[in-house]
Design a protein around this ligand. Structure first.
Ligand code: GLY
Length: 371
C-alpha cells in the first residue's frame, strides 16, 4: 500500500500535478497521490464504453474514471462518459443516430441513480434530444419525480434549455431502417401474429447478415462507478430495441430493471433484451443478492438464472431450449469489486488506475443465443 503523505507532502504533490481541487489523482499507470481508504475506484460499463470517443481522445469509461478520480461527483462523471456514446453517430445503440422505431423515429430511454443522496431520475420515449442521460439527471436534480415520458419529457427538456431537434437519425440509421422496411412483407400487416414474427425475423436477419452489431439490436450503454470514498452511482441510456413499436419502453429507464443503485451496497445495470429484464426486475435483484452477501459475479448469475427460468415461450427459446436472446449485467459493489455477466459469450468494459480495458463476461451458457 502506498505510504500516506503528510499534509505538506500532499500539497506539494497536488501542486506539482496541477490539481486545482486537491482531489486524489488516479492517473493511469500511477498509484493515487493520496489514499483516503481501501476502496479502489472503478468504472464499469457495457463494451461500447471502451469503443466510442465521439472524435475525442478518450473512451467513455476512461472519461468517467478520470473525472471521478479528480473529484467530480461520481454520477456527473458517469454521465459525461456515456455522453460520448450518445453523441457519437457511430454508436447506433444510443442517443444521436440510435436505431429508430418502426416509424423511423428515434425514441430514447435513460435513467440514473445517485447512491450517496438516494436520488434518481429517468426519461422514456424521449424524442429530439441527443443526450437523454442529461435529461434524466435534470429530472433527478430539478423535480420531485423519477420518470417523465414522451411529449412531457420533451417539453421538460425544452424548459430546461436542451436543444430539441426534429430528427435524430443519421444517414446510417436511416439507411438501416429503410433496409428493415424493405425486408418486411407488407402482407403480414394483415395478421398481427405473423406481423410480429416478420418484424422480429427481419431485424434478426440484419444482425445475421452483419448489418447490425448484435449489441446494437437491443442497444444501450450502462455505466456504473464507485470512487475512493465508496460512493456508488449508475446511469443507463439507450435508443432501445431497433424498429420497436412506437411507444415501446424497454428496461433502460425503469429503476430496478435497466439500473439499480443502493448507496450502501452497490450498483447493477443491464443491456440486452429489455423485456426479459423488465419481467424479472433484475438490477434490483442483483443488488439484493449482493446485500445478502453474494459477490458481484454470483449475484449477476442469479439474475441470469431467473431470466432463464422465466423464459418459457417457445418463440423465445433456441434449439437447445435456452433463451434465444442475449442479456448482460454489469455489477459493482461498494468495495469496488466488479463483474460483467452474460447469458452467452460477450464482453464489457472497465476502467481502473490501469486504464480502460475490454474483458470477457462470465457467461451462463456456452455458444451463442442462436445455437
Ligand atoms: N435493453 C434495452 C432495451 O431493451 O430497450
Amino acid at each position: 500500500m502506498p505510504k500516506k503523505l503528510t499534509r505538506r507532502e500532499f500539497v506539494q504533490t497536488s501542486t506539482a500535478a496541477g490539481l486545482a481541487l486537491g482531489a486524489p489523482a488516479a492517473v493511469f499507470g500511477q498509484a493515487p497521490a493520496v489514499v483516503t481508504n481501501t476502496v479502489k475506484p472503478v468504472v464499469i460499463a457495457s463494451n461500447n464504453g471502451n469503443v466510442y470517443k465521439n472524435g475525442g481522445t478518450e473512451v467513455g469509461v476512461a472519461k468517467a474514471f478520470n473525472l471521478m478520480t479528480r473529484g467530480t461527483d461520481v454520477l456527473e462523471a458517469l454521465v459525461a462518459g456515456v455522453n460520448l456514446c450518445e453523441l457519437d453517430p457511430a454508436d447506433t445503440s444510443v442517443g444521436f443516430g440510435g436505431l429508430p422505431n418502426a416509424d423511423g423515429i428515434v425514441q430514447l430511454d435513460s435513467c440514473c441513480m445517485h447512491g450517496p443522496t438516494r436520488r434518481a431520475g429517468g426519461v422514456a420515449g424521449l424524442e429530439g434530444v441527443r443526450t437523454p442521460s442529461l435529461v434524466a439527471k435534470a429530472v433527478m436534480d430539478h423535480t420531485d419525480h423519477h420518470l417523465l415520458a414522451g411529449r412531457g419529457a420533451q417539453e421538460f427538456a425544452r424548459q430546461m434549455g436542451f436543444t430539441i431537434e426534429d430528427d435524430l437519425n443519421t444517414p446510417t440509421s436511416r439507411r438501416l431502417w429503410l433496409e428493415w422496411k424493405r425486408r418486411i412483407d407488407p402482407e403480414h400487416y394483415l395478421d398481427p401474429k405473423k406481423r410480429g414474427e416478420a418484424m422480429q425475423m427481419a431485424g434478426l436477419s440484419m444482425v445475421r447478415d452483419g448489418l447490425i452489431d448484435p449489441d446494437h439490436y437491443y442497444g444501450t450503454i450502462n455505466c456504473d462507478g464507485v470512487n475512493s470514498k465508496g460512493e456508488v452511482c449508475g446511469v443507463t441510456t439507450t435508443s432501445g430495441l431497433a424498429w420497436k413499436i412506437p411507444g415501446r419502453i424497454g428496461d433502460s429507464p425503469i429503476l430496478g430493471a435497466g439500473l439499480y443503485v443502493d448507496g450502501d451496497i452497490g450498483a447493477a445495470g443491464s443491456t440486452g433484451r429489455g423485456e426479459a429484464n423488465l419481467y424479472n426486475l433484475c438490477s434490483f435483484l442483483v443488488v439484493e443478492q449482493m446485500r445478502m452477501g453474494k459477490s458481484p459475479k454470483d449475484a449477476g448469475m442469479e439474475a441470469l438464472g431467473r431470466i432463464e427460468k422465466n423464459t418459457v415461450e417457445k418463440r423465445l427459446l433456441n434449439a437447445r431450449g435456452l433463451p434465444s436472446f442475449g442479456i448482460n449485467f454489469y455489477v459493482v459493489n461498494k468495495k469496488g469489486e466488479y463483474a460483467g455477466v452474460s447469458m452467452y459469450a460477450s464482453t464489457y468494459s472497465v476502467c481502473t488506475e490501469n486504464g480502460p480495458q475490454t474483458l470477457n463476461c462470465e457467461a451462463l451458457h456456452p455458444g451463442r443465443a442462436s445455437d
